[in-house]
Write a protein that binds this ligand. Structure first.
Ligand code: SF4
Length: 456
């Protein structure tokens, strides 16, 4: 079960994750491996910084003229024989997919990994309409079989190790067989389970990594080949795509198809890159629909600082370097978008007053911004969103009191004397803030006192 925002706050969820030593071991091992691979392949490219700058510039230009590029994309898809649907929110997008599935009389759909469809809770909506959604990506399948929640943008089951996955498969799909826990054994069990479903599938729902305004082409990159089967075998293909996934020109893919694999899986290129443009007689699906999903994106676009988050190409490099993510894992963020990108994207998509705790789930160390292939200044957006977040009443009062104290030299000096007397080791109106923080120790002598007393 997935969704954009969950119950409670980051502070409510994080302690449970921190107490799970197995989770931290799984995460530490997986993120350090991906980090090392990424660093190796990035270092090979002499023009990596130029590629990052190009990626950021293309995404910026797209965002500035998004209305024009969306209309161009619609015209291009229609010209190529596809159908474009517009969805203001998840409810509308789900309704389009369900109506199309009903029109074709299907009771099951196959899906490659798609965070956009997780964001709108498509699987639950389909289930409610009596239609089974079958996840075909290995990690998504593990999550679905265990009724779990994704915890990483790229590797949704990163919190599970091989022994745990074997147990899930033996319990759900192995049909009484005992399995080994070697990657090949686990992949074979998933392949046996999925093959028959691929062959009988008539309807697929995919996400998209990129959509090209100029040609109406949609691109999907992946590592397992399940996505390629989903977008070629069934008669009907529906792609749910966030409106920020557009690039203006086909040639722009050259930049992103270098940035994405190196930043995500640490590979020079993706094992499978599928590109399709409308429908082609005798080749692939006979019907193609694309659902353009807003779901809070135009509101994010209106925010001059926050809109950077819409450049994201979902590579997950920021998660793999984040010290907070590495310790608490993805579930603590309560969203299908965890880690640093989740901390800036989820509150903007969800809207004011929702997911306000997420921008505080960061040490502001800046490691995320250093690795981001499209140069999103994540710490800048975090601080911006912290300023926008609703504050507890005690905190607002404390800040007003501080401003009053700092507003006069006499008051400031009196406060210093009070602090030095040891009578101010707690701030009585901010107990939640101090649950995990100590007030800094106040030096015995102020700078001014030292200056006055220093030998001349
Ligand atoms: S914010 Fe940057 S580093 Fe993080 S997932 Fe998006 S593109 Fe990758």
């Amino acid at each position: 079960m997935s969704s954009l925002i969950g119950e409670g706050t980051f502070e409510d969820r994080a302690p449970m994750a921190l107490g799970n030593a197995q989770l931290r071991r799984n995460l530490g091992k997986a993120t350090s491996t991906i980090r090392a691979k990424r660093a190796g392949v990035v270092a090979e490219l002499p023009d990596w910084e130029a590629l990052r700058a190009a990626g950021a510039a293309i995404k910026e230009r797209t965002a500035r003229h998004l209305d024009r590029y969306l209309e161009e994309f619609e015209a291009s898809v229609t010209r190529a024989g596809g159908v474009v649907h517009w969805a203001r929110d998840g409810r509308e997008a789900n309704a389009v997919v369900i109506a199309l599935a009903r029109e074709h009389g299907v009771e099951e759909v196959v899906k490659p990994k798609s965070i956009a469809t997780d964001e709108i809770g498509l699987n639950d909506a389909l289930e409610g309409a009596g239609i089974a959604a079958i996840e075909t990506d290995l990690a998504e399948l593990i999550i679905q079989l265990d009724d779990d929640f994704p915890s990483h943008v790229l590797v949704p089951a990163i919190h599970r190790n091989r022994a745990e996955i074997r147990e899930i498969f033996e319990r759900t799909i192995a049909e009484g067989r005992s399995l080994g826990d070697a990657p090949a054994d686990l992949a074979e069990a998933a392949r046996l389970h999925l093959r028959e479903r691929f062959l009988r599938a008539r309807f697929a729902v995919s996400g998209a990594n990129f959509g090209v305004a100029e040609t109406g082409t949609v691109a999907l990159v992946e590592s397992e080949g399940n996505g390629r089967m989903c977008v070629t075998l069934p008669e009907v293909l529906v792609t749910v795509m966030g409106i920020e996934k557009l690039v203006p020109r086909f040639a722009d893919l050259e930049v992103f198809l270098q940035l994405l694999p190196r930043s995500s899986t640490g590979e020079r290129m993706n094992p499978y890159t599928s590109l399709w443009t409308g429908v082609t007689e005798g080749d692939g699906p006979r019907e193609f629909h694309v659902v353009l999903l807003d779901n809070g994106r135009t509101d994010a676009l209106a925010d001059e600082v926050g809109r950077q988050a819409l450049r994201c190409i979902r590579c997950s490099a920021c998660l793999n370097v984040c010290p907070v993510y590495e310790r608490v894992g993805g579930h603590a963020y309560g969203s299908v978008y965890p880690g640093p990108i989740g901390a800036i994207l989820t509150p903007q998509l969800a809207g004011a007053g929702k997911a306000d705790s997420l921008p505080f789930a960061s040490s502001l160390c800046g490691a995320c911004a250093d690795v981001c292939p499209v140069k999103i200044d994540i710490p800048e957006v975090l601080i911006h969103l912290r300023g926008r977040a609703e504050k507890p009443r005690g905190e607002r009062a404390a800040m007003r009191a501080l401003a009053w104290t700092f507003g006069s030299r006499a008051r400031y000096q009196r406060a210093q004397r009070l602090a030095r007397s040891g009578r101010l080791d707690r701030l009585p109106i901010m107990p939640p803030w101090q649950r995990m923080r100590d007030l800094p120790v106040v030096p015995k002598q102020s700078f001014r006192e030292w200056w006055r007393e220093r030998p001349r």
